[in-house]
Design a protein around this ligand. Structure first.
Ligand SMILES: Cc1cc2nc3c(=O)[nH]c(=O)nc-3n(C[C@H](O)[C@H](O)[C@H](O)COP(=O)(O)O)c2cc1C
Length: 217
């Protein structure tokens, strides 16, 4: 039976989506089944997501970047999976809300005193695997500007018990002009075919890393 991958991402101007779709075709060429879930700013996507990562063998999580961080939708849906509850319960502790969700915020459920609240997570060799990805402008510092996004997505992914095997990022255009004097210079048209080939090779490498080469004797 073929293995199943879920690519969960947010993309406001289509750049991260290009990478997501190239990942998908790479998985499929390698015999995997692959679903994509583009998370939108909607109550249904955050509170009642149509896909559950637990049903998959491999998870890819990606986002564009605004103000140095991933888009809130992707982080909120990951939080939703992590606590299996409305993520606004957690956002209250950060003085934040999700403005497009109009349903009342539920009360935090009373804690079961017999159960530990939080526990150390150790992801062993047999745990499920995943990767995170981002597209970014990086005008000032280049790829370093994608690091907080990639690290945050990786942390949330590992909370879902998918060991993060790697991080992929590439520039994604966001201004009309050639932007001289910036780290990457002219990023119009990025991700371009060269970026997408790198994305493809990144997935090929990860599939090689997780391939089961056991020979039965
Ligand atoms: C309002 C706005 C803010 C942005 N802020 C950042 C930023 O802080 N750091 C960065 O590297 N890129 C930033 N970018 C660039 C986007 O992350 C980049 O264009 C990305 O490819 C967009 O992905 P998407 O098309 O999938 O939405 C910003 C773009 C916009 C439009």
């Amino acid at each position: 039976m073929s293995k199943k991958c879920l690519i969960m991402y947010t993309s406001l101007t289509g750049n991260t989506e290009k990478v997501a779709l190239r990942f998908k075709s790479t998985f499929e060429r390698n015999g995997w089944e692959c679903d994509t879930f583009k998370v939108r700013k909607s109550a249904d996507d955050i509170l009642r997501p149509p896909f559950d990562p637990a049903a998959y063998d491999f998870l890819c999580v990606g986002s564009g970047i605004r103000s140095h961080l991933p888009y809130n939708e992707i982080v909120n849906v990951l939080r939703r999976f992590r606590i299996d509850k409305d993520p606004r319960i957690l956002l209250r502790n950060r003085d934040e809300d999700i403005p497009y969700i109009k349903e009342p915020v539920p009360q935090y459920p009373p804690r079961d005193k017999g159960k530990p609240f939080q526990q150390k997570i150790v992801l062993g060799g047999d745990s499920k695997k995943g990767i995170v990805f981002a597209t970014y402008g990086g005008h000032e510092f280049g790829p370093k500007e994608a690091v907080p996004t990639l690290e945050l997505l990786a942390l949330e992914m590992e909370h879902l018990k998918f060991k993060c095997l790697g991080q992929f990022c590439c520039p994604g255009e966001f201004m009309k002009g050639p932007s001289p004097g910036t780290y990457h210079g002219d990023i119009r048209g990025r991700p371009n075919e060269k970026d997408l080939l790198k994305a493809e090779m990144f997935i090929e490498d990860k599939l090689e890393e997780i391939a089961d080469r056991t020979v039965s004797t």
